[in-house]
Design a protein. Structure first.
Length: 306
């Protein structure tokens, strides 16, 4: 089984911890797929700064092949945040850096490379929408994360993306069951093969237009044992996809009710395990002193010690 993360990479910069961590939706899915036993690759654009080399090393250490990615002149994407009273507070984002400004495409043999995978995953954060029609022409299944922002739930956006994807993923922790059903139905009506909604502690719902399956969340009995919730949604969808692929999911073989149920259970297990991992997949390193000084000069809180 081969799964490819296609698109974004980013550094998650925790000022309260004084640490940088590797991350990004496409990167996370590739790393989690490898963690679950799949062969995994990442295809995207790296900057040419030290943070890009940090990300490349993190992927190599995780066993994810990124050799077909390309390097462009420019900065790595950075998402800066603090944890306040246990909640992540996002402070600033540099718009994803060169990875998003000049995103990956399927030219120069990359389309043929993609075709060697069983599933390719991308998201709204990757700016890969122009490549989705070409992705869909390969044998690989295509999954796409719509995240939670309203701008990616308009009829125009869904109509642009859904016809080219086999699995649509949405975060609906802030929506009712009725609203979640309506959004899933819109995605299916627009052309998505399967639509999956994660709802935080309220569980998850999946539909293929003819059957609808739901599952409660795997609640952790002692919240004090949770290390971090970063990446839990990505871990859920990766567990779901891996389980369906193991059960023979393809465009010619739609998942059964039992397979969808098993996929939700696998997603729960993967997401639960992620709660005990620091940041997306660990690998933090100290933020350079000059960078910390810059944040301090702008008034962003930087903890004085570890």
């Amino acid at each position: 089984m081969k799964i490819l993360g296609f698109g974004d990479n980013i550094v998650d910069r925790f000022l309260d911890r004084r640490l940088d961590y590797p991350g990004g939706n496409a990167v996370n899915v590739a790393v989690y797929a490898r963690r679950l036993g799949a062969s995994a690759g990442y295809l995207g654009v790296f900057g040419d700064d030290p943070l890009a080399r940090f990300l490349q090393a993190a992927l190599s250490n995780a066993g994810v092949d990124h050799s077909r990615s390309i390097v462009r002149h420019g900065e790595t994407g950075i998402s800066t945040l603090n944890v306040i009273d246990g909640e992540r507070v996002f402070l600033e984002w540099n718009d994803g850096g060169v990875t998003v400004r000049e995103p990956i495409d399927l030219n120069e043999g990359r389309s043929e490379y993609v075709a060697t995978f069983d599933l390719v995953h991308s998201s709204v954060y990757s700016r890969t929408e122009p490549e989705l029609p070409r992705l869909r022409q390969t044998p690989a299944l295509v999954s796409f994360d719509f995240s939670s922002e309203p701008e990616f739930r308009t009829n125009a956006y869904i109509s642009r993306v859904a016809p080219h994807i086999d699995l649509a993923l949405v975060s609906c922790s802030d929506q009712s069951v009725t609203q979640t059903h309506q959004l899933l139905d819109r995605l299916i009506s627009a052309g998505a093969g399967i639509a999956l909604a994660t709802r935080g502690t309220d569980g998850a719902i999946v539909t293929d237009g003819t059957q609808r399956v739901s599952a409660p969340a795997a609640i952790i009995s002692d919240p004090a044992t949770i290390v971090d919730t970063m990446g839990c949604g990505d871990a859920f969808v990766t567990g779901f996809m891996v389980e369906l692929l193991e059960r023979g999911w393809s465009r010619q073989h739609a998942p059964s009710h039992d397979a969808l149920r098993a996929g939700l259970d696998a997603g729960n297990a993967s997401s639960r395990a992620q709660c005990f991992v620091e940041s997306a997949f660990g690998g933090g390193r100290a933020i350079p002193d000059e960078e910390l000084q810059r944040y301090a000069s702008t008034g962003d809180a930087v903890r004085s010690g570890p």
